[in-house]
Ligand binder design. Structure first.
Ligand SMILES: [Zn+2]
Ligand SMILES: [Zn+2]
Ligand SMILES: [Zn+2]
Length: 232
């Protein structure tokens, strides 16, 4: 009955969407790790059960840069080429018992030609990581700028903790320029400001780094002064 529908609880997750307009009816309850409860619709309850216990690995897999690399790594499904019959003539005097050998499947060739980790790419903005890498990269180890944070995490400090993006003096590729800097976090300010190519990227960093220690006024001022001196 309509009157009952008015009192139906709505999905808290759907309500959190920036463009949520009409409430989605909830029929499920779930408990967060902090003991608080949320009301969820069927879809969100299903998603919650899968996502919540493993959210760190799921989020890591869903980063735009990760998805990008993942989709680019997709294999071509076109059938491998065979050597044309006239090129596979047997040596004189021996009968051709075997079928013509397969050439190297295209998939293997395309893996060989695909840029591997650390290679320069022409189609994405990259930064150069100054830290040592196992791979032999004579022109430096290049990282998509979108993967800078994840790449930083792959390096361990001498004390065993992981690097954060601003801890590494990533060098931007020559044709690009950082236009926006974060000085709101202590680690960003201490390194003279963490550079971004747009306000949106900077805002995204600030959003993701919500748990980072805020910068002291002193560190922030010092970073701002340096940045202004550079841009002046
Ligand atoms: Zn929902
Ligand atoms: Zn590196
Ligand atoms: Zn920051």
């Amino acid at each position: 009955m309509a009157r009952e529908l008015i009192n139906v609880t709505s999905c808290d997750w759907h309500a959190a969407l920036p463009d949520a307009e009409t409430p989605t009816p909830a029929g499920h309850e779930r408990t967060l790790e902090n003991g608080k409860q949320v009301d969820l619709c069927g879809f969100c309850a299903w998603l919650f059960d899968f996502y919540y216990p493993r959210r760190e690995s799921v989020l890591a897999l869903l980063q735009p840069g990760v998805l990008d690399s993942f989709f680019r790594a997709a294999r071509d499904t076109s059938p491998p080429r065979r050597v044309p019959a006239q090129l596979a003539l047997p040596p004189a005097g021996r009968p051709a018992l075997e079928p013509a050998p397969l050439t190297e499947p295209e998939a293997i060739t395309s893996i060989r030609n695909k840029p591997s980790n650390g290679d320069w790419k022409d189609d994405v903005v990259q930064v150069k990581c100054p830290l040592p890498h196992r791979a032999d990269k004579p022109t430096g180890y290049w990282v998509d700028i979108r993967n800078r944070t994840g790449h930083a995490h792959s390096h361990k400090k001498p004390d065993g903790s992981r690097y954060e993006g601003p801890d590494i003096a990533f060098e931007l590729q020559p044709e690009e320029r950082f236009t926006h800097y974060c000085t709101l976090h202590q680690t960003c300010a201490e390194h003279g400001g963490y550079g971004f190519l747009s306000e949106a990227s900077r805002a995204s960093h600030i959003h993701k780094a919500g748990a980072w220690q805020p910068s002291s006024q002193e560190a922030k001022d010092a970073a701002e002064t340096r940045l202004h001196a550079h841009s002046a």
